[in-house]
Design a protein. Structure first.
Length: 91
């Protein structure tokens, strides 16, 4: 035999709340909600612009490859510009 006595009392459901829970109605003195705002940092703005730039400039790559193949890529003007730029960076 079991040592547990049968449950003859009210069911568990009778202990649950009945009816509807009512919340107080909003009054005219309640604080109204403002609109949401977002502010982007300068870094975020720059990153957004960078995302629009293609990773590889196909037109430039094609042009430089063609100039190298033709032997016209290296010139005195380009060499002088590179030397001047290097001198400015070092000096």
């Amino acid at each position: 035999m079991s040592d547990i006595a049968p449950l003859n009392g009210p069911s568990a459901a009778s202990y649950l709340p009945t009816g509807k829970i009512e919340r107080p109605a909003a009054s005219s003195t309640d604080v109204s909600r403002g609109s949401d705002q977002i502010e982007l940092s300068d870094t975020a703005k720059i990153l957004a612009k960078l995302a629009d730039i293609p990773e590889v400039r196909e037109d430039l790559v094609a042009r430089v490859r063609a100039e190298i193949a033709n032997g016209t890529y290296e010139s005195d003007a380009k060499l002088n510009a590179a030397i001047e730029g290097l001198a400015q960076d070092l000096g």
